[in-house]
Design a protein around this ligand. Structure first.
Ligand SMILES: Nc1nc2[nH]cnc2c(=O)[nH]1
Length: 367
């Protein structure tokens, strides 16, 4: 056996795993903060007199200039001359596919904001969780994602949550809203969920096909390009509709007062950008399916916050949908845990075998 080879390998893998776990947890946290705060602020905008759906869609990605800060820091602290002289980190393929995904997200966000204007946050978020079924389908078709019994179980359970709510939506129609608008909001939210599932899987596919390793720089640049194009996509109709000019008038008539209008709109821009950073970051360091699962898991958390901050009702259907979400996610995590145990055992067996070989041959090379 050659101790130096083994001792060198294990700490390296451990460090790599720790870094990856840290990044996954950090992105989950960002996603959680943004996904809970953003939709609540968007709904407040609509509840208190806001009517501009393109503005709500635009606010999801328009905070992207924030990303210039980490990009610039990374650029100026990078010691490699090649990297310092070349600000373009992305290949043409990755740039173009990020731009296309950005446009898809722009459309997704319009559908979501349409839904948010007619549905309570609690219903909206639960219907949105059907994105998981779409993500799973696209992940299977586009990136050939492997499914275990546990992940299939998770997808089915979490999707059932949305179906239950859909079937019992009558009791939740907000005062003064017609059933037609409610149904339209519901249908648009399902369309948004489908677009969302497709967009994140398409980005995973593009990144894999590019063969570019995901470094901090690459992740920041991908996020920047995606958000830039999503913002351009939503800016065009806003200019056509004269939405920017209408903002001051809308602020003056806002139910919570003019100052709070700007707090709500800018707060939503920041919160939603944090959500996008967390979501794309998680996607780039794990997979579209895992990102979809975490997004769906956050639905029950959104529910609780909507009950507290928007005084939305909490009924038996929501509680059941919530329980199904938690059960589904737990099932997926358990499946992942079992798979990692199996992989570890397999690696240990290979290492033992390698050590025996090594001892027998007394040679330095590992297989
Ligand atoms: N809803 C939504 N989710 C995202 N996740 C990453 N980007 C986006 C986006 O633009 N919209």
């Amino acid at each position: 056996m050659e101790p130096s080879a083994t001792t060198h390998k294990i700490p390296h893998n451990h460090n790599h795993n720790h870094n990856k776990t840290f990044l996954i947890l950090l992105n989950c946290l960002l996603l959680a903060v943004g996904q809970v705060g953003g939709p609540i602020l968007s709904r407040m905008y609509f509840l208190h007199g806001g009517t501009r759906k393109w503005l709500a869609a635009w606010s999801v990605n328009s905070g992207f200039p924030i990303l210039l800060l980490p990009i610039a820091i990374s650029h100026y602290t990078n010691t490699t001359t090649r990297r310092r002289n070349n600000p373009f980190v992305l290949t043409t393929w990755l740039f173009c596919s990020s731009a296309v995904v950005g446009i898809l997200f722009g459309a997704t966000n319009y559908f979501y904001s349409f839904g948010a204007s007619y549905l309570p946050v609690s219903v909206n978020s639960l219907v949105s969780s059907s994105q998981l079924a779409f993500t799973a389908l696209f992940a299977y078709l586009i990136v050939k994602q492997n499914f275990t019994h546990y992940s299939i179980n998770a997808v089915v359970l979490m999707t059932f949550g949305s179906v239950i709510l859909g079937a019992h939506m009558d009791g939740d129609i907000p005062e003064g809203e017609t059933k037609t608008k409610y149904v339209l909001g519901f249908v648009m939210t399902i369309a948004a969920a489908a677009f969302h599932g497709f967009s994140i899987t398409a980005l995973e596919f593009a990144q894999r096909k590019s063969g570019v390793a995901v470094t901090f720089d690459v992740a920041m640049h991908v996020q920047f390009v995606v958000s830039l194009f999503a913002t351009i996509f939503c800016t065009v109709p806003m200019v056509v509709n004269r939405d920017f000019e209408a903002l001051s008038g809308e602020a003056a008539e806002f139910g919570l007062g003019e100052t709070k209008y700007y707090v709500v709109v800018f707060g939503a821009v920041i919160a939603l950008q944090v959500m996008v950073i967390g979501s794309l970051g998680l996607l780039l360091c794990s997979s579209s399916l895992f990102t979809g699962l975490v997004t769906s898991l956050l639905v029950p958390v959104q529910q609780v916050f909507a009950v507290i901050f928007l005084r939305e009702g909490f009924n038996a259907e929501k509680a059941l949908a919530l329980a199904l979400c938690l059960w589904g996610f737990a099932s997926h995590l358990y499946g992942g845990y079992k798979a990692s145990l199996k992989k570890k055992k397999k690696n240990d067996d290979v290492e033992d075998y390698g050590d025996d070989e090594q001892g027998a041959k007394s040679s330095g090379d590992h297989a």
